[in-house]
Ligand binder design. Structure first.
Ligand code: SF4
Ligand code: F3S
Ligand code: FES
Length: 248
């Protein structure tokens, strides 16, 4: 069973662009990425799109479909009515390179700003056994495929370019939470999360969680616990006194 669908695809580059209309064949079982590939094959061979696995695992094909941030390869055409116009635009938070391809280097810059796992000095392999409960706590966060849809969605930077410098975004605040929850990590994560990576900008709107294709509970399991740990640190009189003494 096939039908003709109406597609509107954003085309352009850093200097500007606009939506272009197409009528294109859709077959049973296809996803939006199939249709974009059909457009490349039949109507506009220079249409730029980033993709790799077509299985929801590489995180490359992030875009916005009818205004909602989604993976092109995991969005079935069957979720749209046959007479519905399907509009595909690039992620809005990142600068456009061409057509549906954006420059996501902001995310790699933020990743580099987070100090790596820091075990106690002198710890040798085999010296420590992690408890299963500690393994499980961070395992959920490690399902991240780095699609950056959560980063694209978060209102703190979506319409506020000026916040990008001071805000790591949900994906990387989650990475900080993962390290903070690691029983062996000795780095100062709470202070850094708040003061250097912008945890305080997050007002737990949960939009990041809603768009995560891996269904990671970013807000409930990473950001809110991280905020609680920051508050504990601030209001713990022993920690407060210690920070005053050691700052002198
Ligand atoms: Fe994508 Fe989810 Fe990872 Fe964010 S946390 S980058 S939405 S997989
Ligand atoms: Fe942004 Fe997610 Fe917080 S959308 S405001 S990081 S809960
Ligand atoms: Fe890999 Fe879509 S092509 S996630």
């Amino acid at each position: 069973m096939s039908y003709k669908a109406s597609f509107r695809v954003w085309r352009g580059d850093a200097d500007g662009g606009g939506l272009q209309d197409f009528t294109v064949e859709v077959n049973e079982g296809e996803v939006v990425l199939d249709i974009i590939h059909r457009l490349q094959a039949t109507q506009c061979s220079d249409l730029a799109v980033r993709w790799n696995c077509k299985a929801g695992k590489c995180g490359s094909c992030s875009a916005e479909i009818n205004g909602r941030p989604r993976l092109l390869c995991m969005t079935r055409m069957s979720v749209f009515a046959e007479d519905e116009v399907v509009t595909v635009t690039p992620m809005r938070t990142f600068p456009v390179i061409r057509d549906l391809v954006t420059d996501v280097s902001y995310n790699y810059t933020k990743a580099r700003e987070i100090p790596a796992f820091t075990p106690p000095a002198g710890l040798k392999p085999g010296d420590y056994r992690m408890k299963q409960v500690d393994v499980e706590r961070s395992q959920e966060f490690r399902k991240c495929i780095e699609c950056f849809l959560c980063q694209n969605t978060c209102h703190v930077i979506r319409d506020h370019e000026e916040n990008k410098e001071n805000f790591a975004g949900p994906r990387f605040l989650m990475r900080i939470a993962e390290l903070e929850m690691h029983p062996l990590d000795v780095a100062d994560r709470r202070h850094a999360a708040q003061d250097e990576h912008g945890l305080g900008y997050c007002n737990i709107t949960k939009c990041c969680t809603e768009v995560c294709p891996e269904n990671i509970h970013i807000t409930d399991n990473a950001l809110i616990p991280m905020k609680e740990r920051v508050v504990d640190r601030r209001y713990d009189p022993v920690v407060w006194l210690g920070s005053k003494i050691f700052r002198r």
